[in-house]
Design a protein around this ligand. Structure first.
Ligand SMILES: Nc1ncnc2c1ncn2[C@@H]1O[C@H](COP(=O)(O)OP(=O)(O)O)[C@@H](O)[C@H]1O
Ligand SMILES: [Mg+2]
Length: 358
């Protein structure tokens, strides 16, 4: 925590800053720091400063000097290595905080941030922080919910059938909240995919079977597979999740007897340009439904987290899909009009020496 009475000033500081204790572990982060580092303050508190701020100066030495001399230190043009986002030039300020001789304040003045971090990047980092916070909340809410459900079950044992309707309602609603929280957690917890050779048809069939027993029980499935399609590199569990989400969305959009068509085909020319150069993504998987479609105004944002038009939606389904496909070095493209909505996934093929499918 920040020194008493100064919390408001601390939160209002417009630059990334942290307070550290005697062991140089973080005890507080400014909101600007959370956004800058892309991590929620809860996740930063308690961590050693040098594991969070990777600088080309020896932070521990500098902080020790400030502790001894009791006067602030100013480093110009320090290089900060931001996970996956390159190096940023900053000025660094270390200053003692009067209430406790061991507490030190470390402030960063990013020098390139305005130029480098455009609006899109800024939005991305704010979203990332929001997801971090939502994930943390999800963890916190699940425990008391389990308590509520348990208590309702105990209560139900001594109640008349009529009163049990009430405890059933409590259980039903807690289950619904748990399901929502699981989606949030899943989004926050997503690990990098373990890429192995996979047969997309096997996965599509598995996902289709489980959807037709659950979320898409009222839908009719059709397939149009290219049996000669080569293997892709993928994480089977994550791709199953992708297909399940697309089927669930199609089913939620479609009425009874609505159609879901799964198409696979090979398209040689498709390439994905990324920082690492051009990559061929010739393997195509299309999930098409005949529902009302996605309004044009929404089409640009459906892959963003928390965008949903459904009453009980989290808006995380397609965000998860897009995150997983991107991490598979693939792309996903939406085209939609009333009566035909298609999500087309393009994936690379497995190299010849990649081994057997699992
Ligand atoms: N196949 C579809 N047909 C019509 N609308 C869709 C379809 N798939 C997604 N959407 C729209 O995109 C929104 C976001 O989907 P998603 O990210 O899965 O979140 P959620 O399902 O929780 O709402 C949905 O609320 C819906 O409005
Ligand atoms: Mg969904």
């Amino acid at each position: 925590m920040t020194p008493t009475g100064q919390d408001e000033i601390w939160s209002a500081l417009p630059m990334p800053g942290v307070l550290v204790d005697a062991a140089n572990c973080i005890t507080a982060v400014t909101p600007a720091g959370e956004v800058f580092l892309n991590v929620a303050s809860k996740a930063l508190e308690g961590r050693e400063l040098r594991s969070v701020l990777r600088l080309n100066v020896n932070l521990a030495d500098s902080i020790a000097r400030v502790r001894e001399g009791r006067s602030a230190l100013f480093h110009r043009d320090v290089q900060l290595d931001r996970d996956g986002q390159g190096i940023i030039l900053c000025d660094l300020q270390i200053a003692p905080v009067s209430v406790d001789p061991d507490v030190m304040m470390v402030l960063l003045h990013p020098r390139q941030i305005a130029g480098k971090l455009g609006r899109a990047e800024h939005l991305k980092s704010v979203t990332k922080t929001a997801i971090g916070l939502a994930d943390m909340l999800a963890h916190e809410i699940k425990n008391p919910l389990a308590g509520i459900a348990g208590a309702a079950q105990l209560l139900a044992m001594n109640l008349s059938a009529q009163d049990q309707e009430m405890t059933d309602l409590i259980l039903q609603e807690t289950r619904r909240i748990v399901a929502l929280l699981q989606q949030v957690e899943q989004f926050g917890d997503l690990r990098p995919p373990k890429l192995r050779p996979i047969n997309v048809h096997d996965l599509l069939e598995r996902a289709r079977k489980s959807a037709s027993l659950g979320a898409a029980a009222h839908m009719r499935f059709f397939d149009d597979y290219d049996p000669s399609l080569p293997n892709s590199m993928g994480d089977a569990d994550q791709l199953l999740q992708v297909f399940a989400n697309l089927f669930a969305n199609a089913a939620q959009a479609g009425g009874d007897g609505g159609r879901i068509t799964i198409r696979t085909y090979f398209e040689q020319g498709l390439r994905l340009s990324s920082g690492r150069g051009d990559l061929a993504v010739p393997l195509q998987i299309e999930v098409i439904d005949d529902g009302p479609g996605i309004p044009e105004a929404l089409a640009d944002s459906v892959f963003d987290p928390f965008v949903s038009t459904r009453e009980n939606g989290t808006g995380l389904g397609l965000a998860l899909v897009s995150k997983i496909i991107t991490e598979h070095n693939g792309t996903i493209v939406l085209t939609s009009k009333p009566g035909r909505t298609s999500f087309r996934i393009s994936l690379p093929i497995a190299p010849k020496n990649a081994g057997e499918t699992i």
